[in-house]
Design a protein around this ligand. Structure first.
Ligand SMILES: [Zn+2]
Length: 420
């Protein structure tokens, strides 16, 4: 199992405990973003165990195996989050965090894993100076061209120093949807603490582990997604670097349930009651209770049988089923359910860059919505279930008249979404 390609995670990446309980095994799975060209379909794909374990000392859920990041970010087909919901969320984040930090015009904002500079451009619009750090060369170039200064690097002590030398100390550091992908979270947080301005704030957003478990969102697990975070483990992480969480917000409609935590140096900001409420809710949920997680594992398995049964029955009556959303979560789901292209041959996706590629493992051909409009399809399997309403609207707009199958939280047909 130990190889240059991957290593086992034998202790908790946050608190170091070896008291880990394994609770979900999604099987040997190809890397979620390794889309294939037609000629690649015949060769063996790299696969690695995709399984989860919870730390019974701090409540962190994490993958059992860490794949070498160089392997995961090769052939990465970037999708910018351009949904209306997400754009509104970014604008709200800018307003709230500048208010909380009491920012003045010209204060510096740093965004870690800044992508194409989308979030930073909204800080600029409020008169802030900005700098981004992102390891993807094409994205950093795109952002620089659009006037968002961006350093092309992974976040580390070195890139933190480069920010301070060239731009000064940031009053706000944002890290949205990145911490869960980071292996050495202590180096990551320590580097933030080192560069933060006096009374600066660190704003972290990540998918919430309580939703992951309660809403059966097993398909948001993929090899890049190393940690499944809650307030309990985050608090332990921050406390080791002289930082504390002083406010928590929750967004049920972002990425299947997202938490935003406001972090600062100990004692800099008054403690908001939301932190204690959140901690109490997590205790009531059972964030360190192994039974909680094992019950989740059983529900996910039952869901697999139900979906396979539904798809099998529809196919047996000659129905044509395609998928919608060739995303990372779709790939986890297709591979865990063992659905291949003989059952579901084609996946519709809105990212034109993916068109003509094939999905890893399941080998569905990826196409655009225009081909759906011209084809006889009876059902669409909603792999991007988090955008259900938006997808149904788009499909109806091109006169798709068939039904929709929802795979999560429970397999079933979408009410009012079909002809049967
Ligand atoms: Zn732990």
């Amino acid at each position: 199992m130990e190889s240059p390609n991957s290593r086992r995670q034998l202790n908790c990446r946050i608190c170091g405990s070896e008291n880990l309980r394994r609770y979900l095994n999604l099987g040997a799975t190809p890397l979620a973003n390794s889309y294939l060209r037609e000629e690649g379909l015949v060769s063996e794909e790299f696969r690695e165990e995709l399984a989860l374990q919870v730390c019974l000392a701090c409540g962190l859920s994490q993958l059992t195996v860490v794949v070498n990041p160089d392997l995961m970010f090769r052939n990465y087909l970037y999708v910018s989050s351009t949904t209306e919901t997400f754009r509104r969320h970014c604008v709200e984040l800018v307003g709230t965090s500048t208010d909380v930090a009491g920012c003045r015009t010209g204060d510096l904002v740093l965004d870690i894993a800044s992508n194409d500079g989308c979030l930073l451009s909204k800080f600029q619009a409020r008169g802030m100076r900005v700098v981004g750090v992102d390891p993807a060369e094409n994205l950093a170039a795109e952002a620089n061209k659009a006037g968002v200064p961006t350093i092309c690097a992974y976040w580390s002590a070195g890139s933190a120093e480069a920010v301070v030398d060239r731009f000064g100390r940031p009053k706000i550091v944002t890290a949205t949807n990145v911490l869960a992908h980071v292996d050495d979270v202590h180096e990551f947080v320590k580097s933030v603490e080192r560069c933060l301005a006096p009374r600066g704030i660190f704003v972290v957003e990540c998918p919430y582990v309580v939703d992951f478990i309660e809403k059966n969102e097993f398909d948001t697990a993929y090899h890049e997604h190393l940690s499944y975070l809650g307030i309990h483990p985050l608090r332990v992480l921050m406390s080791r670097h002289g930082l504390s969480i002083f406010n928590v917000q929750y967004f049920g409609d972002i990425h299947g349930g997202t938490i935003r935590v406001f972090v600062a140096r100990d004692g800099d900001y008054p403690l908001d009651p939301s932190v204690a409420i959140c901690l109490k809710n997590e205790e009531a949920f059972g964030i360190m209770d192994p039974d909680r997680y094992e019950a989740f594992g059983r529900r996910v398995l039952a869901n697999k049988h139900n979906l396979l049964d539904l798809v099998g029955r529809l196919r047996a009556t000659g129905k044509v089923i395609w998928a919608y959303g060739a995303s990372a979560k779709g790939n986890t789901l297709m591979n865990y359910f063992g659905i291949s292209r003989d059952l579901v041959p084609v996946a519709v996706d809105d990212n034109p860059k993916k068109r003509g590629f094939y999905t890893p493992g399941s080998h569905m051909r990826i196409t655009g919505i225009d081909e759906l409009a011209q084809s006889r399809v009876d059902y669409l399997l909603l792999l991007a279930w988090n955008f259900e309403a938006e997808i149904i609207r788009r499909c109806r707009a091109v006169r798709y008249a068939g039904g929709f199958i929802r795979p999560v939280p429970e397999a079933g047909l979408v009410d009012g979404g079909g002809d049967s």
